[in-house]
Ligand binder design. Structure first.
Ligand SMILES: [Zn+2]
Length: 437
């Protein structure tokens, strides 16, 4: 028996309208105040007669969960999104960042890509399956999370500590993957299904020394120490690693003629030397991000600080990496402090969900290439993967590299075409996973 088909034209009009309104709710984090987003989503669910639960972590840090019950013969499927967004620098935008305007074929605004757009595609899937009365063989969970953009302490991590049972699901789809029109300069749609991600390790270097007069240099200047430490860290040679996931990623891209080269460690190592994207995929990276020292032009500072944003490959032990950084700096008067750490297990890609995603992508775009991949940023999926769950980064959106810069950048926007594709693919993946087989 085939399930009734959605009326995509009407549904998409509704999706666009919903996304524009959702963008207008300013959930910049900090402070987040995701209660307003949950009130908005809750009102829609209520209108449809779907009950939902709110999880309140205090200070208006609220997450929302709703369930469409299935017959229970299989474990739940979860559509996971976050309702907060990163702050904007208004002066760099060509339009109001929270306008939700439609202009030149794009929906404009912070969150259009990260990730209110995918959140609305998930919501429309949820509503459509309910409206059409599609019988489900598993519970379908819609989870709109708070505080993803500032470390998840009031969102996913709070939920994990206080309501772990609400996270139960055999499969989860979340942000972190999606389609791009061009990879390595070759124009052909590639859909990345993220099965793992790098782990952030944020370190602070604190150099201590002896203050003094700028006219009398001595060898215990804290700023000199810090500069030497940073120099050693930046000249530290580290190996490239081709994990099985990245091996498969490059093999598939090579087979499609997109990555011009062999997917061997030797060839990729060579490529990584002059391509920052390849390097970020194959090694633990370190970016120096802030530095502060001194109070006056002619005063030698007694203290200097810098922050390092290290991103470690899955499987790398952050304690060991930090000890290695300390060893490289090799100065007892430069302290290495840990500010934040996270890591993610790696999910398999030989799964039913991966195959369904491949089929659905090819049904929509025949020539598209589907690859397993690794997100270089971090998402709430890491928490789930580390609990032993399978959580893929997947979106049906297809974005140009230029538009993708809007994620955490300026002029964030999603094309109507890409958003429609996203709504259709998320629906179809979910329907096949919950109502077929
Ligand atoms: Zn995000």
């Amino acid at each position: 028996m085939t399930d009734p088909a959605p009326d995509w034209d009407a549904l998409f009009d509704e999706a666009v309208d919903t996304l524009c309104q959702f963008i207008r709710i300013d959930t910049s984090n900090p402070p987040g105040r995701e209660r307003a987003a949950c009130d908005f989503l809750g009102a829609i669910l209520k209108r449809e007669g779907i009950p939902y639960q709110l999880f309140d972590a205090g200070d208006d840090r609220v997450s929302l969960r709703a369930v469409l019950p299935g017959d229970g013969s299989r474990r739940p499927f979860m559509l996971l999104n976050h309702t907060d967004v990163v702050p904007v620098q208004r002066e760099y935008w060509d339009d109001e960042p929270f306008s939700g305007h439609i202009r030149d074929g794009y929906i404009w605004g912070r969150g259009a890509l990260d990730m209110k757009g995918l959140g609305v595609a998930q919501l429309m899937t949820f509503l459509t399956l309910k409206r059409l009365g599609v019988p489900l063989h598993r519970d379908l969970v819609f989870f709109a999370m708070a505080d993803e953009e500032a470390g998840s302490e009031f969102g996913m991590r709070w939920i994990e500590r206080n309501h772990p049972e609400s996270l139960e699901a055999e499969y989860v789809i979340n942000e972190g993957g999606g389609g791009t029109t061009e990879v390595f300069g070759v124009e052909r749609p590639v859909f990345n299904v993220a099965v793992t991600e790098k782990g952030p390790l944020w370190l602070r270097l604190v150099a201590e020394g002896r203050p003094g007069h700028g006219s009398m240099p001595h060898d215990d200047n804290a700023l000199d120490r810090l500069v030497r430490a940073l120099h050693k860290v930046q000249s530290w040679e580290r190996p490239f690693t081709v994990s099985p996931v990245l091996g498969e990623y490059f093999t598939r891209l090579a087979r499609a003629g997109i990555y011009k080269g062999e997917a061997t460690v030797a060839a990729l190592t060579k490529a990584a030397e002059d391509d920052i994207r390849v390097r970020a995929l194959l090694m633990d990276t370190i970016s120096a991000t802030t530095a502060t020292a001194g109070i006056k032009h002619n005063v030698i500072p007694g203290r200097a600080e810098a922050t390092l944003d290290c991103r470690l490959l899955p499987g790398v032990d952050p304690d060991e990496f930090q000890r290695a950084v300390e060893g490289v700096i090799d100065d007892p008067k430069v302290r290495v402090e840990r500010v934040h750490v996270g890591w993610s297990d790696t999910n398999p890609f030989d799964t039913e969900l991966f195959r369904v995603i491949e089929d659905v992508v090819h049904d929509h775009i025949e020539e598209a290439v589907v690859v397993p991949g690794m997100t270089v940023g971090f998402t709430d999926s890491s928490v789930l993967r580390n609990r032993g769950q399978l959580s893929y980064g997947f979106s049906g959106g297809l974005t140009t590299p230029e538009v993708a810069k809007g994620v955490h950048g300026h002029n964030e926007r999603v094309s109507l075409e890409s958003f429609r594709l996203n709504c259709q693919m998320v629906y179809e993946v979910t329907r096949r996973m919950c109502a077929e087989g």
